[in-house]
Design a protein around this ligand. Structure first.
Ligand code: HEC
Ligand code: HEC
Ligand code: HEC
Ligand code: HEC
Length: 223
């Protein structure tokens, strides 16, 4: 069930890529996260949907984690918006992307603009976020909330923290698994595992709680 939802998200992401071309010519303003590109060119990525064929166990395990599905297209959400919009400062039709499902939610419109309100799920409260007004989600948020981002074209491969956000680009590995090894964080990349996590869990954004320790393993058992 969860895997199916994730697949939809990735399909939708591909469809949305078309939209990115249209917007690529918009003048860009400089922000702190703008220009933080993925570690490789977008062509070298393939998306998490290419992995379960050979790594079903890892895929299922990842699908159950928030990092795989905390951003979703509203079109995938059969229950429409997961919040009561009765007294909301935004209309349901404004929402194209929903970001977050635990404590807070942000909303993005069909032009990739972050709406200037955040919803606090626990307190059931709307919080004004003027600094988000008219910010492009891909540039301001995409370096940690997408995979394979190219800030120049504003294209990306996948919403959410896909396999390749931690294991590096996978297209060549999918074509020839034995010939092209993937990176294994903390094992084959010459770094502590936290090095990979800190790409996103760092101080660049206040809400991106840094991960100080990581004792266990990321995945459960199974390939
Ligand atoms: C530097 C990396 C980074 C950037 C840039 C970033 N985020 Fe995040 N974001 C994170 C991380 C990491 C978490 C998870 C924090 C945690 O759970 O400890 C997160 C969590 C969230 C959540 C909460 C999810 C929940 O379920 O409670 C929302 C909403 C969110 N981000 C929205 C945004 C928006 C909107 C932007 C752009 C304006 C943005 N983020 C930019 C790294 C980032
Ligand atoms: C066609 C089958 C196939 C697909 C598709 C595939 N893998 Fe693999 N993967 C393998 C095999 C086989 C190994 C073991 C290679 C070895 O030991 O030589 C492996 C190993 C790995 C490893 C351990 C490091 C290494 O390369 O040996 C990681 C990490 C990995 N795969 C991630 C992924 C990710 C992420 C995807 C999707 C982008 C993916 N794989 C898609 C077959 C596949
Ligand atoms: C590409 C950016 C990125 C990378 C790399 C990354 N994370 Fe995250 N992580 C996020 C975002 C965004 C969220 C917010 C999703 C959410 O609301 O749960 C998150 C959420 C989490 C959470 C809480 C959510 C949950 O699943 O319950 C944990 C724990 C976590 N990350 C651990 C890690 C660890 C450990 C690593 C390194 C092995 C790592 N992350 C690498 C972006 C990243
Ligand atoms: C948040 C980072 C992160 C994400 C996302 C992630 N992995 Fe991993 N993966 C790791 C880490 C760290 C390890 C090292 C062992 C562990 O902690 O489980 C690992 C280990 C593996 C291994 C075993 C490699 C070995 O030889 O030890 C495979 C295969 C693998 N991951 C595949 C995947 C696939 C397929 C996906 C997506 C469905 C995925 N991973 C998503 C962090 C991640």
């Amino acid at each position: 069930m969860i895997s199916r939802v994730c697949k939809n998200i990735t399909c939708a992401a591909t469809a949305a890529t078309v939209l990115l071309f249209v917007e690529a010519s918009c003048a860009a303003t400089q922000f702190r996260d703008e220009g933080i590109a993925a570690e490789a060119s977008i062509k070298e990525y393939i998306g998490s949907n290419a992995c379960p064929e050979c790594h079903q166990g890892k895929y299922d395990d990842w699908s159950g984690k928030h990092m795989s599905n905390f951003v979703r297209y509203r079109g995938d959400n059969t229950e429409s918006l997961p919040v009561d919009l009765g007294n909301a400062p935004i209309g349901a039709d404004d929402v194209f992307l929903i970001v977050g499902d635990k404590k807070k939610m942000a909303f993005v419109d069909e032009h990739w603009k972050v709406l200037p309100y955040q919803y606090h799920i626990g307190k059931q409260k709307w919080i004004k976020r003027n600094e988000w007004r008219n910010q492009d989600y891909r540039l301001r948020c995409g370096s940690c909330h997408t995979v394979g981002l190219n800030p120049k074209t504003r294209q990306f491969v996948e919403l959410n923290v896909g396999c390749e956000a931690c294991h590096g680009p996978g297209r060549r590995h999918v074509e020839n698994a034995a010939g092209k090894k993937m990176k294994v964080p903390g094992k084959t990349d010459g770094h502590d595992v936290l090095f990979t996590c800190r790409r996103c869990h760092n101080e660049r954004r206040k809400h991106a709680r840094p991960i100080q320790t990581f004792g266990g393993v990321f995945h459960g058992k199974g390939l």
